[in-house]
Design a protein around this ligand. Sequence first.
Ligand code: GDP
Length: 453
Amino acid sequence: MITNSDTIVALSTPQGSGAIGVIRLSGPDAIAIANKAFAGKDLEKQASHTLHFGLIKDGESIIDEVVAGLFIAPKSYTKENVVELSCHGSQYIIQEIIRLLIKLGARAAKPGEFTLRAFLNGAFDLSQAEAVADLIASNSQASHDVAMQQMRGGFANELKQLRDELIHFASMIELELDFAEEDVEFANRDQLKQLILKINTVLNKLISSFELGNVLKNGVPVVIAGKPNVGKSTLLNALLNEERAIVSDIAGTTRDTIEDEMNIGGVAFRFIDTAGIRETADIIEAKGVERTLEKMKQARLIIYMVDGNEPIEAIEAQVKGLEGQEVPFVLLVNKVDTLAESTKFALSRFNVHYISAKQNIGIDDLKDILLDTVKFKNLDTNETLVTNIRHVEALKRTEAALSKVLDNLSSQVTSDFIAMDIKQALHYLGEITGEVTTDDLLENIFTKFCIGK
Ligand code: GDP
C-alpha cells in the first residue's frame, strides 16, 4: 500500500564524490527533523523559500557545514514540507547525514518516491510525472524537447479536454437510463457520433506519432552492414570519434554487435556495428550474420557499405539483395581515397555516396544524409508526440472502445451498452493521466525512477 504520511530522505545528486551533494527531505516532519540536526537558526521559524547556513551535528560532533533550503507545504515539488541540505559532496559526509536524519525520524526514500508524492498530492498528472523521468534521461535536443513538452502538460491537456467532453455525454446517457420507461433522449446521437469521430482522429494522430516519438526518445536505430573488411568499424570510429570498435585487418573480427550512440543534428542515433554479411562456414561468424539480419529488421535505417575496389558485379549483387528488404538504406562506397576515376564512373549508375572512413572524407555529408533519410530535418518537436509505450497502449484501447460505441450507435443498440463502452473508453484515457490508477501501476512506473527524484 502506498503511503505518504511519513518523512522521506534521499541524496538527490548523483552517487559518488562531487563539489556539492544535495540531500532532500520531504514529508510533514521534514523541517522538524532537519532542525534537530541543524545548528544555526531555528528552521521551524523561518519563511518558505529561504536559505540558511549552519552546521549538521550529531550530538557534539560536527559532520559538515551546510546550506539548508526551506520549502513549506504546499509550495514545494512534492507539495509537502521539503528541506534541501546542500553539503560537501563527500560520500562519507552524505552517508553520515542521511544516517543521522533517519535516526531522527526520517525514512530512506524509494526510487521515484518524491515524484510519486508530487503526483499523489496533485502537483501534476501521471503522464507529466513520467515525463520527469524522461527529462532526466534525455541525452539529445530532440529527446529533451519531447520530454519537456510532455512535462509541461501538452499531451495531458489535449487528452483532458476530450475526456471532459466525453464525460458530459456519458452523464447524459446515464440520465437517459434513469428515465428508461419514458423513452427520452438527452444525449444527441448525432452530436455524440461527431464527438467520437473527432476524438478518434486525435487518438489516431497521437497513436501514429509514437513511431517518431519513440525513436526521438530512445535514439534512431541504425545498422552498419556490409562484407568484412569494407571499413564498418573504421566508419563507426570516425562517427564516434573514439576507438570503441576493434579495427583490424583480419576478416570477421567484429564478431558481436556493438551498440553506440551519438548525437547528429540534435537527434540521438544508436549505431549497431555488426559482423559482415556473407556466406560463411565459420560457426561463430554464422551466428553473427544471423544476428545482423535480425538487427537489420529492427533498424530504422541501414548504412550499407561496400569497398569501392570490389568488382562491380559483386557490388551490383549486393545492391539487388538490399532492394528486397523494407528498411531504407544508404549505399556507401568506402575507401574513396584509393579509387580511380574510372571506377567512380562505373559506380555512378547506383545511388551511392563516397566516403573514406579512414581519411575522414565525406563523413559530414553522411551525417546530413542520415538526418535526411530518417526525415528529421526541420523537425517540429513542439508537436505533441507520444513517447511512452504505456500511453500508446492505452490510447489504442480507448480508440477500440470508442469504435465500438460508433458501431453500436449505427446499429440501434440500447443506451446501457453505449454507456458501458464510453465508460470503458474513459477508463483507458484516465489510465494515461492517472485519474484511474492502481498501486501496482504506480509502483511499476516509479520504481524505474532514480532514488532521490
Ligand atoms: P570491417 O570489417 O568492415 O569492420 O572493416 P574495418 O573497419 O576493420 O576495416 C578493414 C580495413 O580497411 C582496415 O585495415 C582499415 O584500415 C581499412 N580501411 C577502412 N576504411 C578505409 C578507407 O577509407 N580507406 C582505406 N584506404 N582503407 C580503409
